[in-house]
Design a protein around this ligand. Structure first.
Ligand code: PLP
Length: 337
């Protein structure tokens, strides 16, 4: 099977497993796991931020960040397609007791003007706006990337209104590679960043939350309350270190593979509107003889897995377990559909 359902389906390679197997570990709740400490420091330094916190998942690091930034009754501003809003089980309400002001963005991205317009006035009838959460790349926006200048403008609005700025960077390295950016630019602008190691980077588990030292100290307490204090977590952190050392630059290959598949899809009658493909995610409308479901079934008959994300939309995600030969095979299958 060639699996395009998600970049979360990647499996650790033998080299990654060896690094995990040989990891030096300790009790991370006592901050004595050298490999976890190394991963946290490595990412914090890469982004020019003060500290990092290893979390079990991207959902956990986003939710820990939101809980740490807010008080119950606050309002969080984000795009209406944000993972933190639509795919984290209502976690913002459940964990933080906050409400969300979802904005109608452009493929998962919002503007400074929209943020400025969404901030509640200082009025006791209104929830207090305290946090803006962005997502880069934006998953439901088809892996779309923010322009750095747009983030800078959002940051200015946040500073003028004393709002914190969080980044769900589940696929931030895809944006960094696609746009040839310096991670420190992100570190400069955000109060917190969640980085996933278990998407295109290929680690089996783990995310790291980055921020200032005092923020991370508070987040550490929240992570503990959420049940996320792990013990010899260095075995997992070792996979993250391996991923950062070996799998960042190769994301460009996934982006090239995505473009090759896009070209094949665009030859077909059944391909309707497609989001511009900027990174490793392809989302397109299905028209004519197939529904999204029946096209996904056709792919499956040819040993290719894709995801029908709505009755009319298919998503295909490129990642490290999809080789050049698999892309060629997929292109020839598409030609015959
Ligand atoms: C944009 C985004 N944020 C956060 C997450 C959550 O990551 P996890 O599945 O590790 O909880 C995902 C997962 O797919 C995601 O796509």
């Amino acid at each position: 099977m060639i699996d395009f359902r998600s970049d979360t389906f990647t499996k650790p390679t033998p080299a990654m497993l060896e690094k995990m197997f040989n990891a030096e570990v300790g009790d991370d709740v006592f901050k004595e796991d050298p490999t976890v400490n190394k991963l946290q420091t490595m990412l914090a330094e890469m982004f020019g931020m003060e500290a990092g916190l290893f979390c079990a998942s991207g959902t956990m690091s986003n939710q820990v960040a939101i809980k740490t930034h807010t008080q119950p009754g606050d309002e969080v501003i984000c795009d209406k397609l944000s993972h933190v809003y639509i795919y984290e089980g209502g976690g913002i309400a459940f964990n933080s007791g906050c409400q969300v002001k979802p904005l109608e963005g452009n493929r998962g991205r919002i503007t400074a003007q929209q943020v400025a317009g969404a901030i509640n006035p200082n009025d006791i009838h209104k929830a207090q706006s305290t946090l803006v959460s962005l997502e880069n790349t934006a998953n439901r926006g088809g892996g779309s990337c923010y322009e750095m200048s747009d983030i800078q403008q959002i940051k200015e609005v946040c500073l003028e209104n004393s709002l914190k700025l969080h980044l769900d960077g589940a696929r931030l390295f895809n944006a960094i590679v696609a746009k040839d950016e310096d991670p420190k630019e992100y570190g400069n602008l955000f109060d917190s960043i969640s980085i996933c190691l278990s998407k295109g980077l290929g680690a089996p588990v783990g995310s790291v939350l980055l921020g200032k030292e005092d923020f991370i100290n508070k987040a550490l307490r929240v992570r503990k309350v959420f049940g996320g204090g792990m013990r010899q977590a260095g075995y997992l952190a070792a996979a993250g270190i391996y991923a950062l050392e070996n799998n960042v630059n190769r994301l460009a290959l996934d982006h090239r593979h995505a473009q090759q598949i896009v070209a094949a899809l665009k030859e077909k009658e059944f391909t309707g509107d497609m989001y511009p493909v900027e990174t490793n995610i392809i989302i397109f409308e299905v028209k004519g003889k197939y529904s999204a479901k029946s096209l996904a079934e056709k792919f499956k008959e040819n040993e290719i897995l894709v995801m029908a994300i709505s009755p009319t939309q298919i998503r295909m995600v490129l990642h490290l377990d999809v080789t050049e030969e698999m892309v060629k095979e997929t292109i020839s299958v598409i030609a015959g559909l």
